[in-house]
Design a protein around this ligand. Structure first.
Ligand code: PHB
Length: 396
């Protein structure tokens, strides 16, 4: 900005037409965006989907924002210490105005104090870590994706309503796995269900789920409820089927298990699996139809929940800039106030926690004309998360 202004002043003598051009340039902002995603590791495909859709969101909504958006990308490798080191680099060395991304709840937990302490706004475009919008909430953290509690709680109630009484749970042993299963368990048992056994395979290290599946089989459960995502979801769903469990013990879970991003890599093993999620590409509304068409045109893929997080993160940033935000503090103050109608419907952020409020869709993975697709069985109403100890301070 300052350099542009100096250049503008130096050029004043060259005439009014040029002056007019430079004046308009003086209104433009350069917003530096630090994009922290896993571009390698078990969640690499998820990171790329978010990145591709963020670019689409900037193209679609950002043209008249009066700003340019420079993206600096860093790979967190799904490793909390790497995520923390890259966060410090983006904040201190690159001096970004805003950070976007974060897929893993573990990485979000590791960087929370650094973004909060430095006063850098962070738009969370995936990681569901409940604490980041609960006891460890921050006026600098706004989440446009989901919380682990939000996706799994309604499914606990819904499954009991469907007559499922005894469940065995399996999820990777890290923050997201623990929080998703804890939220499900609390809702399922409160509604009268019983969790008869639980397994926590090591995150990113388990290739053979056989021993966990054997324990599920021996448990006498009616069904199995899991959280897995990315490469682990593909392995788990395939092994569940080849172990011969699917016929006797239906498989349920949070909907990342059968994400449209990789459900076709799971193949027929995913058919009939019932899960819950805040976005499926088969949602029938005009904003989603436009998004699916534009994303398909740009990438050749159907957008997933990860893509919608990236797309809506870009739109939230653009809306914040359009409302007059120009720097870290004004962006942090503006981001939780954004509201728009997107592919998921009406998007709104709860000011008590800075977490998104949205309905949850229970869907079955079914065969369609172009491969596996999502059949919505029920839409459960939007409920704001409990504040969980969040006392939201205002931006400094
Ligand atoms: C998380 O770690 O919060 C997480 C990762 C991948 C998902 C969902 C949640 O698909």
């Amino acid at each position: 900005m300052k350099t542009n202004m100096r250049a503008a002043l130096a050029g004043l003598a060259t005439g009014t037409a040029m002056l007019a051009g430079m004046m308009s340039q003086a209104h433009a902002e350069d917003i530096k965006v630090g994009m922290l995603l896993p571009y390698s590791g078990v969640y690499a495909a998820l990171g790329q989907d978010i990145d591709d859709a963020f670019a689409l969101g900037l193209e679609t909504f950002g043209a008249d924002a009066g700003a340019t958006f420079d993206i600096i990308r860093e790979d967190d490798e799904v490793k909390p210490p790497v995520g923390l080191a890259k966060t410090k680099k983006l904040i201190l060395q690159d001096e970004v105005d805003v950070m976007v991304g974060i897929v893993s709840s573990g990485v979000l937990g590791a960087i929370r104090d650094t973004v909060d302490g430095a006063g850098v706004p962070l738009i969370v475009a995936n990681a569901g870590n409940d604490e980041a919008t609960g006891e460890a909430c921050s006026p600098y953290i706004t989440r446009v994706s989901f919380s682990n509690h939000q996706v799994n709680t309604p499914m606990g109630q819904w499954m009991v309503g469907q007559g499922v009484k005894k469940v065995f749970t399996i999820a990777p042993d890290y923050a997201a796995g623990r929080q998703m299963i804890d939220a499900f368990t609390a809702a399922f048992t409160a509604a009268g269900g019983e969790v008869v056994g639980q397994e926590w395979p090591a995150f990113q290290k388990t290739q053979d789920f056989g021993p966990f599946l054997a324990n599920a089989k021996a448990s006498g459960a009616d069904a199995v409820y899991v959280f897995f995502a990315g490469g682990e979801a593909i392995s788990f769903v395939k092994q569940y089927d080849s172990f011969g469990l699917k016929a006797d013990m239906p498989l349920y879970g949070s909907g990342f298990l059968t994400s449209s991003l990789y459900v076709n890599a799971e193949g027929p093993a995913a058919e009939g699996v019932i899960t819950a999620l805040h976005y499926v590409p088969t949602l029938d509304n005009p904003e989603n139809a436009a998004f699916v068409a534009a994303f398909k045109e740009k990438t050749g893929r159907i957008p997933s929940e990860y893509a919608v997080h990236g797309y809506d993160a870009a739109r939230a940033l653009v809306e914040a800039v359009k409302s007059g935000a120009t720097d870290r503090d004004t962006l942090a103050a503006a981001l939780p106030k954004v509201a728009f109608t997107g592919p998921r419907g009406d998007l709104r952020i709860d000011p008590a926690t800075n977490n998104i409020v949205q309905p949850i869709h229970v869907y079955e993975t079914v065969a369609g004309p172009d491969g596996l697709t999502q059949k919505v069985l029920a839409t459960l109403p939007a409920v704001a998360d409990p504040v969980n100890g969040c006392q939201m301070p205002s931006v400094n």
